[in-house]
Design a binder for this molecule. Structure first.
Ligand code: ZN
Ligand code: ZN
Length: 356
């Protein structure tokens, strides 16, 4: 945490600011360790503090020992003014992608007039792209729990059960095993619904002979996982097998070919050319993957238009899919970490077609 604050202080200087306020909850957690729902991190050249109210001061003291904890009264802005003056902050950055127009205009510019408020972007997010060993361990724990949930659910799924029952069982499993919950609305998309890449579990009953796409993840100790497996219920016809194998081939080719220095576009192409080769190029309508960590979706992006460069320490998903409207779909998603020579897979769940 001390290191993160020091690096932010460097970036603040680089941008000719005297301070930065951080209110985005994921960035606030990254900079401080604090998980409460209200609080402002203020970083200046000399100081790093967390301004919060009496509900959270005890928790903040425990979770954010590297920051000075300051309790504010009924108006947080009064306390903020005091500290900005003490620290002689003249130019302060705010998070342009997070703060609302009214917060900036009425609270900051309206009430703290002797400070120049400067919009900033990705100050904290850029640091979050490269994960520390501790973060990768936390991510691994969240992935391990998702793997266990996917293993558990195979003995639960049977013809006649609804998608919602499957998603509820997954959610209960995650919660029972230490997760705060699922890291996003669980996708259970069976049969024709499988062509909806974001087919959140519905009341539809799962039938014999259908493929079921399950996309889920755990939120555990501040980190999120995101894993997809597509199962066959009962027997699978030849078309189902052909499409499954095409997606699997694309996923394995991407994992094999990923290297540091590649752009997100080049990474995407590794899987896309395999799917194009099978004649389904226009049925893979989303990017190959996305960074993951404190948030389910963060930088870098792996897609046909992504210019991000993949670097060692980045964690991201690899999730090609084929979606045929009226028929269904297949997606296979792992989380990987970029290392010096290629990627290491964190996801353990088996990828060959599983018939349940
Ligand atoms: Zn997913
Ligand atoms: Zn994903």
């Amino acid at each position: 945490m001390e290191n993160r604050i020091a690096r932010l202080q460097e970036k603040i200087k680089e941008q000719e600011l005297d301070g930065l306020i951080i209110n985005n909850p994921s960035n606030r957690f990254y900079a401080s360790g604090f998980t409460g729902s209200a609080g402002t991190v203020l970083i200046s050249e000399e100081k790093a503090c967390l301004i919060t109210d009496f509900r959270y001061t005890e928790q903040a003291g425990e979770q954010a020992p590297h920051l000075e904890i300051i309790e504010h009264g009924s108006q947080k802005v009064d306390t903020l003014v005091e500290i900005l003056h003490q620290e002689k902050v003249k130019r302060a950055g705010f998070e342009a992608d997070f703060e609302t127009y009214s917060t900036v205009e009425q609270q900051l510019r309206g009430k703290i007039k002797d400070v120049e408020w400067v919009p900033t972007q990705n100050m904290v997010e850029d640091l979050r792209k490269i994960k520390s060993q501790d973060e990768i361990q936390n991510l691994q724990k969240a992935v391990d729990l998702a793997d266990r949930a996917l293993h558990h659910i195979q003995s639960f799924i049977q013809p006649g059960i609804t998608e919602r029952e499957v998603s509820l069982e997954l959610e209960i499993f995650l919660r029972k095993n230490g997760a705060k919950g699922s890291s996003f609305d669980i996708i259970v998309a069976s049969g024709p619904r499988g062509s909806l890449p974001h087919g959140i579990a519905s009341e539809k009953e799962i039938k014999e002979g259908e493929l079921v796409v399950i996309d889920m993840g755990a939120r555990l100790d501040g980190y999120a996982s995101d894993v997809t497996r597509t199962f066959a219920v009962g027997q699978m016809d030849n078309k189902g097998r052909e499409i499954y194998n095409a997606v699997l081939e694309a996923q394995l080719a991407a994992i094999e070919g990923l290297e540091p220095g590649m752009t997100g576009q080049e990474a995407d192409q590794l899987a896309r050319e395999v799917i194009v080769g099978h004649g389904y190029g226009d049925k893979f309508g989303h990017g190959l993957g996305h960074g993951i960590g404190i948030d389910v979706h963060e930088s870098p992006r792996l897609s046909p238009i992504s210019t991000s460069t993949l670097e060692p320490g980045m964690a991201f998903t690899v999730e090609p899919g084929i979606y045929l409207p009226g028929w269904g779909g297949v997606r296979i998603e792992d989380i990987v970490v970029m290392e010096e020579k290629g990627v290491r897979i964190l996801t353990g769940a088996k990828k060959e077609l599983t018939i349940i």
